[in-house]
Every structure is written in structure tokens, then in C-alpha cells.
Design a protein around this ligand. Structure first.
Ligand code: 16G
Ligand code: ZN
Length: 530
């Protein structure tokens, strides 16, 4: 039997019972876990075809990130650890929606259009988060991979960024690191150790309270700590031993509710952070001596990173352009601060990591972050080479060389394949330590404008269409004018409306000079959508 017939045959074990049309969205397919069996089988098939197309090992991650424990999802990872290209999303959508009998036709269509040599070998690396449904879904994916003759390397539980990292290492012959979980800990911990070799501090304390969303990040951070030695003392909260995944905890909960997660009795002087369910997002928070809860979100992390890298660039004598990428959700104060004070170019793109990542590639050093805490830094090939050359150059004065070596080491601490909560945590801690800052010092850069997010349930979210990196609507008629009119009524008022890429809702964002005004503006805009 040829591979395509086997793919159809094996599909009997994973029949499509769902009539609903699904689409490969911002973060792959994501929904209630019980609906996903045939989706995973078919994404197993696609990841093999994609591996043959790329002539390299691809990845398949089973997770629904910050969604409730009952959900699950799947994303395909490309050979350098980046997301599957957008041009392939239509194939994923098509393959998932055809009837069981038409699977071979759908695959043939992709193979012909992309001119794929099916005799090439294919390997897919598979990993999953801690959801109870993940294991069975991994079996469905494995069946799909094997039906098309691919080799499945199942890594079991990994954080999403760990899988991206390992796929990248595998396809770059170890240049990026060793393609194993241990290789990940080794690379990051070695860089962290070099950058944090002690010295007395007056404000920075190497103690962190870490809310791990009861997810896979808890297991992986525990492993990482074994490699870090006693450089950083972490108090684990929501480590999965009793609570439910993402329930009253995690980065998304903290960001949306602007309050500490369950399990942390927040007191002034404590530095805290929250991961999301698959450890690709992180936010920090603390309480002022006056008792106010303060969030240090993705925007604050981005400015911390960019400020540090920009200083190192200056001291190292390297002429590389540094830029920052945000989305419409970035707080207006952060954008003004980056532009007016840091004088760093800033770009705005639509929501979703693939858009940010892509835009960040326009810079020698591109820092990208979503306000929700997903982000990383990309160094172009030329930038990497320039940094390595400079750190090895003889005849430089000590301060210049030291800055170049630091840049090189920070580069090794960053998971450039995708936003990574563990890597980002280690970078934040390194910068705070080197600057000898407490959270209050970090937070001084700018003051966030109060903001509010709402979701509105509508019959058909696709009615709302946007332009200008989702900052303006083009449809339905009149909505944009109404939103602008409402925002103009508030000092520093800004609002936008966009259809969610992951849920059947329309999202509203508003900011203004006071919390009350931001709430009011969000409500008024929400009424327009409803
Ligand atoms: C996904 C995206 C995240 C984005 C969020 C928006 C990836 C890996 N993740 O979680 O970046 O912020 O969706 O969701 O791209 P929304 O479209 O429902 O607002
Ligand atoms: Zn996530």
C-alpha cells in the first residue's frame, strides 16, 4: 500500500466527526480537547509533508497555552524553530476540514502545488504540555506521522519554547546548541552563570517568587534550577502539585485582572513573576510600599531589554541598528517612552507572534514583545558575526571588550526561536542584577496609562475587519468613526476593536488618563460592537 492510501486507511482510527469548519489561527488549532483527535492525526500527516518540503526536521507542539485545562491545541514548528509559514496555514485548514475519504486528495493537492518529493525522509519532533488530554492527542499525531512513513521523535513533556529550541538545534547541526532538553539547560545556564558571577548588590536580591500556572513550566524550571546552582533562589508557587492549570493563576490571569495569582501573599519588597501554561509568556509584578499592585508586563520587559542592549551596543563600539516591535495592545506610554526618550525605532504589527517575529527580522537586533508577556530578541546573522568578531578582537580597551563579550553572552541566554518565559526570566534577572535595581527602579522608566480589555460575544466575529495593524476598523461601516468619537472624549483616550484569533469573540481595548475613564471608554466602545 502506498503512503497516501495508508494515510486514508489509518484515518479510520481518527474519524472526523465534527461538522464545524476549523481554521489554523493565530496559534494553530485550539479548542475543547475532545474535538481534536482527527485534527492531531491530520497535523501529524501535514508535519511529515512539511518536513519533506523543508528537507529537515519539523516540530509539532500540543498545547493550548493559557486556555482552560479542558482545551488543547496544536502548532507546527518550522526547521529553524520558527512558526510554520503563513503560506502553509491554508493547507492545514484545508486538510483538517475535508471528509475522511478526501484526505489523500487534499494531501496530493499540497504535494503537487508545492512540488514535494515524497521519497525524501521525514522526521517530526513532538512534545506536549501537562493537560490530561495531551497524551492521547500525541498518539493521534504519532499515528499520522507514521502513516506517511515519517519518524516521530516524542519528547514527552516540554515547554513550547523548548521544542522550538530543540528543532532549531537539530537542523543547524548543533550550532545553536545540543538538540536535547539537557542541551537547552546547559546553554542557558552557562550564559547565565557567566553574566551573574556575583559582586555585592545594594538593591537587587537574587530571590524570586514564581507563579508557574500549574503548568509544564514548573517542571522545566525545576530542572533549570539544578543547572543554575545557587545563583538564583526561586520560590515556586502554583507548581501543579495541587491546583488546576491556569486556574486563578498564570501570566494571562495576572495581566488581565491586574492582581496577584492565587497562592502569592504579595508584600512590598517581593519580586514576583508569572508564567503561562506552556511557559512562552512571562510578566513580573510587585507591590509598592504604599500597597499598590504594579504589573511589569511585556512592554516593560521590552524596554528593559532594549535599554540594556542599547547601552551594551554603545559601550562595545558596534554600529548595529536596534529596533522594537509591538502590537496595538502596547501601552501608549511605552510607545512614547521608546520613541521620545530611548530614541529607538518602534514598529507596530497585528497580534500574534508570527507577525512580531517577522517584523523584528528587519533590524540587526530586533526586540519584540506583546504586552501579554510573549517576546524575545532576534540577532541578524550579520549582527551575530559582528558581535563575535568584536568580542574576540585584540587591542580593544577593557570596557569595550567587556561590553562585546557581555553582548555575546546575552545572545546565548536568549532563545531566539520564540518567546520563552524561562529564558526571558533569566535575562530580566541578569539585567536587574547588573543594574542593581529593585522592581521600583525598573518601573520608573514610564507610568502605564490605565487600560481595560473586554470581550464581546457576537454572532459573527468576522464582521469586524481591521487595518493599520488592527488599530482601526474598516468594517462594519461607521464603527471606526464611532470609536474615534468616543476616544476623543477622554484625555489620552485610545481604543480599538478586533476579532479574536483564538476565541469566538470580539476584543475591545481602551486606555485613558484614569482607570475609571479607561473602563468607561471600553464599555462605551463595547456597546457599539454589540
Ligand atoms: C495566541 C498568540 C499570542 C496572541 C494571542 C491573541 C502565538 C504563539 N500566540 O495566543 O501571541 O497574543 O493568541 O489571542 O502566536 P486573541 O487573537 O484571541 O486575542
Ligand atoms: Zn503560551
Amino acid at each position: 500500500m502506498d503512503a497516501l492510501s495508508r494515510a486514508v486507511n489509518e484515518a479510520q482510527k481518527h474519524p472526523r466527526s465534527l461538522e464545524q469548519e476549523l481554521s489554523y489561527g493565530t496559534a494553530g488549532f485550539r479548542m475543547r480537547a475532545e474535538k481534536l483527535d482527527h485534527v492531531l492525526y491530520r497535523m501529524g500527516l501535514l508535519s511529515v509533508v512539511f518536513s519533506k518540503y523543508k528537507s529537515g526536521t519539523t516540530g509539532l507542539m500540543i498545547t493550548a497555552s493559557h486556555n482552560p485545562e479542558e482545551d488543547n491545541g496544536v502548532k507546527i514548528v518550522s526547521t529553524l524553530g520558527e512558526m510554520m509559514p503563513m503560506s502553509w496555514e491554508k493547507y492545514a485548514t484545508q486538510l483538517v476540514n475535508v471528509s475522511d475519504a478526501l484526505i489523500a486528495d487534499s494531501l496530493k493537492d499540497i504535494i503537487t502545488t508545492e512540488n514535494i518529493d515524497m521519497s525524501k525522509p521525514a522526521t517530526v519532533m513532538l512534545a506536549m504540555d501537562t493537560r490530561p488530554s495531551s497524551k492521547a492527542l500525541a498518539q493521534a499525531a504519532t499515528d499520522g506521522i507514521e502513516a506517511l512513513g515519517g519518524t516521530c521523535k516524542n519528547f514527552g513533556l516540554l515547554s513550547t519554547p523548548q521544542l522550538h529550541f530543540i528543532v532549531c538545534c537539530e537542523n543547524t547541526q548543533g550550532q545553536y546548541g545540543q538538540p536535547t532538553e539537557e542541551g537547552y539547560y546547559q546553554k542557558l545556564s552557562a550564559a547565565f552563570g557567566k553574566l551573574n558571577s556575583g559582586g555585592s548588590k545594594s538593591k537587587y536580591r537574587p530571590q524570586l517568587y514564581l507563579d508557574q500556572a500549574n503548568g509544564v513550566g514548573a517542571l522545566k524550571m525545576k530542572e533549570m534550577c539544578k543547572f543554575l546552582g545557587d545563583g538564583l533562589e526561586i520560590t515556586s508557587v502554583n507548581d501543579g502539585s495541587s491546583g488546576k492549570l491556569n486556574n486563578q493563576c498564570g501570566a494571562d490571569f495576572v495581566k488581565l485582572n491586574q492582581m496577584p495569582p492565587a497562592g502569592i501573599n504579595l508584600e512590598p519588597g517581593m519580586r514576583c513573576a508569572s508564567f503561562d501554561g506552556d511557559a512562552d509568556r512571562i510578566v513580573y509584578f510587585y507591590k509598592t510600599s504604599g500597597g499598590k499592585f504594579c504589573l511589569l508586563d511585556g512592554d516593560k520587559i521590552a524596554t528593559l531589554f532594549a535599554g540594556y542592549l542599547s547601552d551594551l551596543l554603545k559601550s562595545s563600539g558596534l554600529k548595529l541598528n536596534l529596533g522594537l516591535v509591538q502590537t496595538a495592545y502596547a501601552n501608549g506610554s511605552s510607545t512614547s517612552y521608546i520613541t521620545d526618550v530611548m530614541k529607538v525605532p518602534v514598529a507596530c504589527v497585528p497580534t500574534g507572534v508570527k507577525h512580531l517575529h517577522h517584523k523584528a527580522e528587519d533590524f540587526d537586533i530586533g526586540v519584540y514583545f506583546e504586552a501579554n508577556g510573549h517576546g524575545t530578541v532576534l540577532f541578524s546573522n550579520d549582527a551575530q558575526k559582528a558581535i563575535l568578531d568584536q568580542s574576540k578582537k585584540t587591542g580593544l580597551d577593557e570596557a569595550t571588550r567587556d561590553a562585546a563579550v557581555k553582548l555575546e553572552t546575552v545572545m546565548n541566554l536568549i532563545n531566539q526561536t520564540v518567546g520563552d518565559a524561562i529564558s526571558d526570566l533569566l535575562v530580566v534577572e541578569t539585567i536587574l542584577s547588573q543594574r542593581d535595581w529593585a522592581c521600583e527602579d525598573w518601573d520608573l522608566a514610564y507610568t502605564d496609562l490605565p487600560s481595560r480589555q473586554l470581550k464581546v460575544k457576537v454572532e459573527d466575529r468576522t464582521v469586524v475587519q481591521t487595518t493599520d495593524a488592527e488599530r482601526r476598523t474598516t468594517h462594519p461601516p461607521g464603527l471606526q468613526e464611532a470609536v474615534e468619537g468616543l476616544a476623543a472624549g477622554y484625555k489620552n483616550g485610545r481604543a480599538f476593536v478586533r476579532p479574536s484569533g483564538t476565541e469566538d469573540v470580539v476584543r475591545v481595548y481602551a486606555e485613558a488618563d484614569s482607570q475609571q475613564n479607561a473602563d468607561q471608554l471600553a464599555y462605551e466602545v463595547g456597546v457599539q460592537v454589540y
